[in-house]
Design a protein around this ligand. Structure first.
Ligand code: SF4
Ligand code: SF4
Length: 403
């Protein structure tokens, strides 16, 4: 048994026996039956041209202490937002591994604002990474990631400070690979993520990309994944669990699951299997709040294939999401005469409902220059919404929750 498996308490291993068995059972797998069983290992995929072999689920520095040893044992070796750890808080389960066996990502934000207002500043980004490295004592970060990304193709053409800071740090051996987490920016007159990523693929040295992707998303996202594969650029899906957390707390939805055709799967397991079925997608980043959620995700990620019951579950979830859950496609934004960042507001709503992070959702909402109260109810946005959401009504509802 590995160090990490030993790291798990007996209680945790017993829970793998119970919840892991449940999760593996959901995925149609042989399950760990007792506390001597090795936990399931995640599939591994190549992180694009970097050549790194990463576990199909990426980990994150905001995961709880309970999850991390289990995640390491399951093969999570890529850690998002690792700059949040210092030498004292880097989890022992990670630290005791050989340094070259796990990959730490340093996320770099714009300076002096937020994702839509801050500026790109080569020197500040360079110094930020150096400071974080000094605190963390890890020697180097494997991945330097531009958080939130460029506002437009033009922004990417003109503002090369992120890339220059990376190149300086790389020369000094302090970072190895360049990545980007790209949002849509049509709300502020910019471009959609896939437009910006397609430009970067041909013109900037980004090795890896991260973007919104969930079941029912726009076809352009799938096309970007295919293009990135051809160019050997890694792709990581985020905001993947559209509607799953909300459905889990909805009694009416839960009653529907009694139908035998859904037996043996769950909305989360079906979503994970669907994501994994895309061979061109490198990995998925899934917000994970507790041990049981992690077990469910791993159980589904190691499953062989999407089954009819998973497809039925995805159809049920898509139906449930209609009129209710925003998929963050941002198609509505350009038609709003009040320039309301509709998809950002609904993203915060998903933090509250899908991830049950009400504090974070309220915090993000409070930073908006124009919030949901700017909506005049004109309805211009409605035809654009593939989810058939009554956007004006939902904005009011979200404001009542987050305002
Ligand atoms: S209904 Fe509200 S959100 Fe929709 S276009 Fe009009 S002002 Fe914008
Ligand atoms: S409200 Fe509709 S159109 Fe707007 S981002 Fe959400 S799903 Fe897309």
């Amino acid at each position: 048994m590995s160090h990490d498996a030993q790291d798990l308490s007996r209680r945790d291993m017993m829970r793998i026996g119970a919840t892991g068995a449940a999760a593996a059972g959901l995925a149609g797998l042989p399950a760990a039956a007792d506390d001597k069983a090795e936990p399931a290992r995640l599939p591994v995929r190549r992180y694009g041209r970097t050549g790194l072999e990463i576990g199909w689920l990426t980990g994150a520095s905001d995961w709880t202490k309970e999850i991390i040893p289990r995640a390491v044992a399951a093969g999570v070796n890529y850690w998002h937002k690792a700059q949040a750890w210092n030498a004292n808080t880097l989890p022992p389960a990670i630290k005791r591994q050989p340094r070259e066996s796990y990959y730490l990502e340093c996320v770099v934000d714009r300076v002096g604002g937020d994702h839509s207002h801050g500026r790109i500043d080569e020197e500040e980004h360079y110094q930020f990474v150096k400071r974080r490295l000094k605190d963390a004592g890890v020697g180097y970060y494997d991945v330097y990631k531009f958080h939130f990304g460029y506002h437009s193709v033009e922004d990417a053409k003109q503002n090369t400070g992120m890339v220059r800071a990376f190149e300086r740090l790389k020369k000094e051996g302090l970072v190895k690979y360049l990545a980007i987490s790209q949002h849509h920016y049509n709300a502020i007159g910019g471009d959609m993520a896939w437009e910006i990523l397609a430009y970067l693929a041909d013109n900037r040295p980004y090795d890896a990309t991260q973007f919104f992707y969930t079941y029912g998303d726009r076809k352009e996202v799938g096309e970007w994944i295919d293009l990135a594969k051809k160019k050997d650029i890694a792709t990581v899906a985020m905001k993947t669990m559209g509607g799953v957390g909300r459905a889990a707390q909805d009694g009416k939805f839960q009653k529907l699951l009694a139908d035998p055709k859904y037996q043996g799967t769950t909305p989360a397991a079906a979503m994970v299997k669907w994501l994994r079925s895309n061979q061109n997608l490198t990995a998925a980043m899934i917000a994970t709040k507790n041990f049981d959620q992690f077990e469910e995700n791993v159980g589904a990620a190691v499953a062989v294939a999407l089954e009819p019951r998973d497809r039925a579950m995805l159809a049920l979830l898509a139906d449930y999401n209609k009129g209710l859950t925003c998929l963050l496609c941002a198609q509505c934004v350009a038609s709003c005469p009040e320039h309301i960042a509709i998809s950002d507001i609904f993203r915060y709503d998903r933090y509250a409902h899908d991830y049950h992070e009400l504090g974070r959702a309220r915090g993000e909402y409070s930073t908006l220059a124009r919030n949901a109260t700017s909506c005049v109810g004109c309805g211009d946005c409605l035809p654009a919404c593939p989810q058939e959401i009554d956007i004006a009504a939902k904005l009011k509802e979200v404001h009542n929750l987050l305002g």
